[in-house]
Write a protein that binds this ligand. Structure first.
Ligand code: GLN
Length: 431
């Protein structure tokens, strides 16, 4: 199939099936014309033939960048984010913009202002979030690859719930220039794919030092290298559904036997504070990031147009940053972030990677989260947000099902060891 035929195949599928799933908010009106142009090129780029969906918080020139919020309902990208520029240079074809939790604040896909996304694999379940549409689009076979963002698990959580691969790179591997940020010290643009090879391909293209994002670092080309004598560290944490834990434990045993990897149980002493550390940081940074949505330059004033969770974070962030608190909460959170980061760094002196579940529970029924408290919802990020605090790479690999719902195994490595993490995942994928 050439690019145009492939684009037509996906468009047909989206037309007939996305009414139920709601993975896309907008399709690229020029997609077939752009596909033709790619097909007509003599020397094609490395992404030629790949059809790619983009989360609605990453700037693509002339496409609607709404963050699934009424605030930005009519806003169109005025430039390409660095990752988009790189994708276009390599002839990747952008098919459309995906649904998400409003401003990436959530883990259900149900806080979108434009109808929630449904899980294409597990009937009547949420797809997870906040990159709900990106994971659902890949799982439903509406595209080859999707980009999302991961601040505390937003790529890995929906990847786990939808049975696809989701990779959060080391902080700084990929440029955030052109990402409408939730929390700039934690966000990474991240891919969802059907397999590890595609994750390596796209990451290798979008990564790299970028003058427009000073946190980015240089890195050599990503290659998959067979790993031997790997020491797996396992983390047993409270609150994980026993059936999920059982599947994870059995998988780790199988990996150990088949690949000759050893298993050591490890501890990250302050990991149970991760959620309480993560949220104040997000509230404060999000509050600050949203000050530009004052109704003058972009769309509507955010406080007048946003949903409940976004407003909670804005008001919470405003409170935490009040002068009378003298930075007490934010500074405390930063201190614990550093402690967690150091604890991971010393764990990686003993083990090569850490394996645990991606999400502690199975995907909830549609609509169920409206009955939950914010604390109950935030608790679902307990296994994913530690990697963001520690700035380390983490991925979710589908390993099977519990009660007909996909379950992901999470693999973490030390900062900068994205290649090692992907190589280990590839060996597991091949089992
Ligand atoms: N669920 C987390 C939150 O609401 C993570 C979101 C994300 O990674 N963008 O902040």
């Amino acid at each position: 199939m050439n690019t145009e035929q492939k684009a037509k195949y996906y468009l047909e599928k989206i037309k007939s099936q996305d009414k139920k799933i709601n993975a896309f908010l907008h399709l690229n009106p020029n997609v077939l014309q752009e596909a033709k142009q790619i097909d007509s090129k003599k020397n094609k780029g490395r992404l030629a033939g790949k059809v790619i969906a983009i989360k609605s918080n990453i700037s693509v020139k002339n496409l609607p960048i709404t963050c699934a919020s009424k605030t930005l309902q009519d806003y169109k990208g005025t430039y390409d984010a660095t990752v988009i520029k790189k994708i276009k240079e390599e002839d990747g074809l952008i098919i459309g913009m995906t649904n998400m939790d409003e401003f990436a604040a959530g883990n259900s896909g149900e806080s979108s202002a434009f109808n929630s996304t449904k899980n294409p694999i597990a009937q009547n379940k949420i797809p997870g979030g906040s990159s709900s549409g990106s994971a659902a689009a890949v799982a439903a076979d509406f595209c080859d690859i999707a980009l999302g963002s991961d601040t505390g698990g937003s790529i890995r959580n929906p990847a786990s719930h939808c049975g696809v691969v989701g990779v959060k790179p080391s902080y700084g591997l990929v440029s955030r220039h052109g990402l409408l940020d939730l929390s700039m010290s934690l966000d990474q643009i991240s891919p969802v794919t059907k397999n590890i090879d595609d994750a390596v391909l796209i990451l290798d293209i979008i990564k790299g030092k970028d003058e427009s994002d000073t946190t980015t670092f240089d890195s050599k080309p990503l290659r998959l290298l067979p790993q031997a004598k790997i020491k797996i560290g396992t983390l047993k944490l409270k609150g994980v559904n026993p059936k999920i834990q059982n599947l994870i434990d059995n998988k780790i045993k199988q990996i150990s036997t088949a690949l000759g990897f050893s298993i050591t149980e490890i501890q990250i002493e302050h990991i149970d504070l991760a959620v309480q550390t993560y949220y104040p940081l997000v509230y404060v940074e999000f509050f600050s990031a949203t000050r530009k949505y004052d109704g003058r330059r972009y769309g509507k004033k955010i406080e007048d147009a946003c949903g409940e969770e976004v407003l909670r974070r804005i008001l919470g962030g405003a409170e935490i940053t009040k002068a009378e608190h003298k930075g007490r909460y934010y500074n405390k959170a930063l201190q614990i972030k550093e402690i967690i980061k150091e604890e991971f760094a010393s764990a990686f002196k003993k083990v090569d990677c850490i394996m645990l579940a991606t999400v502690p529970i199975l995907p909830r029924n549609l609509g169920e989260i409206s009955k939950l408290s914010p604390e109950e919802i935030y608790a679902e990020d307990a296994l994913t947000c530690p990697a963001n605090l520690a700035e380390i790479p983490a991925l979710s690999l589908p390993i099977g099902k519990v009660d007909n719902c996909p379950v992901g195994l999470q693999i973490l490595c030390a900062k900068g060891q994205d290649e090692k993490m992907l190589s280990i995942a590839k060996q597991i994928e091949q089992l």
